[in-house]
Design a binder for this molecule. Structure first.
Ligand SMILES: Nc1ncnc2c1ncn2[C@@H]1O[C@H](COP(=O)(O)OP(=O)(O)OP(=O)(O)O)[C@@H](O)[C@H]1O
Length: 489
């Protein structure tokens, strides 16, 4: 490997199985052009001659299997080439999943399986739960496995599931979501870690193919309401399984579930309560493979608990994974909310005249949100559980809570201190039209159709101003608030 300086542009010649890693500071952008060979970013191939732009403090790596030359323009705060990557175990894992898909497809079509090809591979689609501690590279591993699956040319469209509410997934933080992926997910900014789904963007974008199903948890940390998280995981699982019941190709493609690091921390207490949310994921998504990223003890625990019923595999953590501090995580949550409403705006480095963002034209990703004024009576707003609730497990033995963690509580916008100003609200899909089918906690089970932000409250006139991504009536909708806020700076 070598580098050659030319103005603000550098050429990097990468040997086979090495990667160029970079980290960007706030307000800087980087342009990368593949000038020779083949290269990929977290499993998504780069096209030769095309310039890719990165921003919003992106941290990523351009990896090459065969060797390549890239031209890099801009000033990353960190850049280096590493020949120590975990891509071999990652591709082996992908190949094992591919064998499972092929075998499941054969079974589906009643095709005979050659004896020698059996090798003990289950004839079942891979339904994978990825676990690990903070900054282990879980999301990156999920992205690589998903991208390799869709690149095989078999027409796979695995379901990528994001259970980490601190990460926006395809929308905003505070959510959990699932999306069938049929094209490689690009990496350009942490504002859309799993690719941008079109909010109000032109439908011609390839990202418009991403139509996630989303549930609102309302907080960035799971510990704020584990009971609610458990219920949402099961709701999401039901949706995914229901889709798989009618879509064979999607079912055989499998499921890849990204989890927050808190799942890997075993809470003290009776053993049947330990790893409760991991068990919820296993049930909800019918998991048959657990992948532990870089955590020996967790791997042993998972082997002990689940090794008899499913495969538990450990994969190494990449040396390139960046330790993300709290300040960075908070900024990324802001980028994600901003990105949902306004899209991406990056300035190109001075030497670059044209570039794409994850393969899309830059101008296509500018969105124009809409400011609307509503009467307080136009919208019904709830929050789930009390204002600041300790989990039930933290209450004295025998004590019961007055407000349940799962109880929808109506929020009165006319009351001072309602917390609505600057709150991010999730608009829910309509409740059951049949009054007899309604139940108290129905709002917990409704998925999200969009998000708005309360930008102004006029209590004397009982009106509020909200920012929404696109025109469309909000009147009559049910919305949920949580603890996420956004304010223009
Ligand atoms: N090989 C690499 N080179 C450079 N940066 C990388 C590499 N792998 C991962 N990263 C970056 O490191 C950061 C953390 O990775 P990732 O989000 O995958 O970890 P995680 O375990 O999911 O994090 P969390 O603690 O939020 O659960 C991300 O910004 C990612 O883009």
């Amino acid at each position: 490997m070598s580098s050659e300086q030319k103005s603000d542009s550098k050429e990097w010649i990468l040997d086979p199985e090495t990667e160029y890693r970079f980290e960007l500071d706030q307000g800087t952008t980087l342009a990368v052009k593949l000038t020779r060979g083949h290269a990929e970013i977290f499993g998504a191939e780069l096209a030769e001659g095309k310039t890719y732009l990165f921003g919003s403090e992106c941290k990523a790596a351009v990896f090459t299997w065969q060797g390549c030359t890239i031209q890099v323009t801009g000033q990353p705060s960190v850049e280096y080439v590493s020949d120590e990557t975990p891509m071999d175990p990652y591709i082996n894992l992908h190949l094992a999943f591919e064998q499972m898909r092929v075998k499941a497809l054969r079974k589906q079509r009643n095709s005979p399986t050659p004896d020698d090809a059996d090798g003990g591979v289950p004839a079942d689609s891979p339904r994978v739960l990825v676990l690990g501690p903070e900054n282990a590279g879980k999301t990156t591993a999920c992205k690589i496995l998903t991208n390799y699956a869709v690149r095989t040319g078999q027409g796979w469209c695995p379901m990528l599931v994001n259970i980490d509410p601190s990460e926006g997934g395809w929308t905003v933080p505070g959510t959990i979501s699932a999306c069938a992926v049929s094209m490689p997910i690009p990496t350009s900014s942490p504002a859309n870690p799993l690719g941008s789904s079109a909010t109000s963007a032109p439908t011609a974008l390839s990202s418009s193919a991403l139509l996630p199903i989303v549930y609102w948890f309302g907080h960035a940390e799971v510990r704020r309401n584990p009971m609610l998280m458990d219920r949402l995981i099961r709701n999401l699982g039901e949706n995914v399984v229901a889709r798989h019941d009618v879509d064979t190709q999607s079912r055989i493609s499998g499921i890849i579930v990204d989890t927050p690091s808190s799942f890997a921390v075993s809470s003290a207490g009776p053993s049947d309560k330990k790893y409760g949310l991991i068990k919820a994921c296993i049930d909800a998504f019918q998991i048959n493979v657990i992948v532990v990223v870089g955590h020996e003890k967790l791997n042993v625990e998972m082997q002990r608990l689940f090794g008899s019923t499913m495969s538990v595999v450990k994969i190494p953590k990449s040396g390139g994974v960046v330790e993300l501090d709290l300040g960075y995580r908070e900024r990324v949550q802001r980028y994600q909310i901003h990105n949902y409403f306004y899209g991406q705006h990056f300035d190109m480095p001075s030497d670059v005249t044209s570039a794409t963002l994850g393969g899309e034209a830059l101008t296509d990703l500018h969105l124009s949100p809409l400011s609307t004024t509503l009467n307080f009576s136009d919208i019904t707003i709830y929050r789930i559980g009390g204002e600041s609730i300790a989990p039930s497990s933290a209450l004295p033995i025998g004590a019961t809570r007055v407000v349940s963690e799962m109880q929808p509580i109506a929020v009165d916008p006319s009351q001072r201190g309602s917390g609505l100003l600057n709150a991010v609200l999730a608009l829910l899909s309509p409740p059951n039209p049949d009054e007899n089918e309604r139940y108290d906690e129905e709002v917990l089970d409704l998925d999200v159709v969009g998000f708005i932000i309360v930008t102004a409250l006029d209590i004397p006139n009982r009106k509020m101003t909200v920012l929404s991504p696109s025109p469309g009536s909000i009147t009559g909708r049910i919305a949920l608030m949580g603890s996420l806020e956004y304010q223009e700076q």
